[in-house]
Design a binder for this molecule. Structure first.
Ligand SMILES: *[C@@H]1O[C@H](CO)[C@@H](O)[C@H](O)[C@H]1NC(C)=O
Length: 241
């Protein structure tokens, strides 16, 4: 009996691996990444942090883990001590997001990381719009393990009806058509539009696809946007790759 329970303990221990996600800021300006864990898992101890230009931070996530990363830009603390950001603000009033997601528009990096070296899925999503360029690379896995990149400055090409402008008049983020207009043919919801067959690409989603061919341009863009890797890789996220 002792032997059997020892084997069991060793098996559980070996299965509970953690995955290192390294976030690098290659932008010429500071950014404030946010991390949101999907239910039912609890939030990580780190839900948001500042990252100076050219700096990196590594976060260990327990596998399995589902969640997303994004980055806030144009952040500052006001006279009353409240922290807010021009893009992708998480509404916490702090650098930590404490279980809140980022406001749209925001470029997202999404993970479904499994335990025991099974098949992870990951993507870059512009379904909620774009705020800054980002790339994602698995490190040390096996299988396809494509490293998708959305390096284009989508803000510079953003159609007028999707633009979000900052206080200086420059375009600071670019809404998706779903975020801008909320209509089912763009959001792929409702009886008219809730399957891939009933929700084909639109001129708006084609704009995002032409800018970033490896990122989700709308909800049913899986074939060219969702990637997988086996073997428990680590991941590296680079903003402004
Ligand atoms: C992931 O990174 C950790 C160090 O943080 C390292 O020990 C481990 O070997 C890496 N895993 C892979 C698959 O490269």
């Amino acid at each position: 009996m002792v032997t059997r329970s020892l084997v069991r303990v060793l098996f559980i221990y070996a299965g509970a691996h953690s995955v290192t996600i390294t976030v690098t800021n290659n932008c010429e300006y500071p950014i404030w990444p946010g991390v949101l864990t999907s239910p039912p898992q609890p939030q990580l101890s780190n839900t948001g942090f500042d990252l100076a230009s050219k700096a990196s931070t590594s976060i260990d996530v327990p596998a399995p883990w589902n969640g997303r990363f994004w980055a806030r830009t144009g952040c500052s603390t006001d006279g009353s001590g409240r922290f807010t950001c021009a893009t992708a603000d998480c509404g916490s009033g702090q650098v930590s997001c404490n279980g809140n997601g980022g406001a749209t528009p925001a470029s997202l990096v999404e993970f479904e990381i499994v335990a025991n070296g099974g098949q992870d899925f990951y993507d870059i999503s512009l379904v909620d719009g774009f705020n800054l360029p980002v790339s994602l690379a698995p490190q040390g896995g096996t299988g396809d393990c494509t490293a998708p990149s959305c390096a284009a400055n989508v803000n510079a090409a953003c159609p007028a009806d999707l633009q979000v402008k900052g206080s200086d008049g420059n375009v600071i983020s670019c809404k998706s058509a779903c975020i801008a207009f909320g209509q089912p043919q763009y959001c792929c919801n409702g009886d008219c539009c809730n399957t891939p067959e009933k929700c084909p690409p639109t001129d708006y989603s084609r704009f995002f696809k032409s800018q970033c061919p490896q990122a989700y341009s709308y909800a049913f863009d899986d074939p060219t946007s969702l990637f997988s890797c086996f073997g428990g890789p680590n991941y590296s996220i680079t903003f402004c790759p």
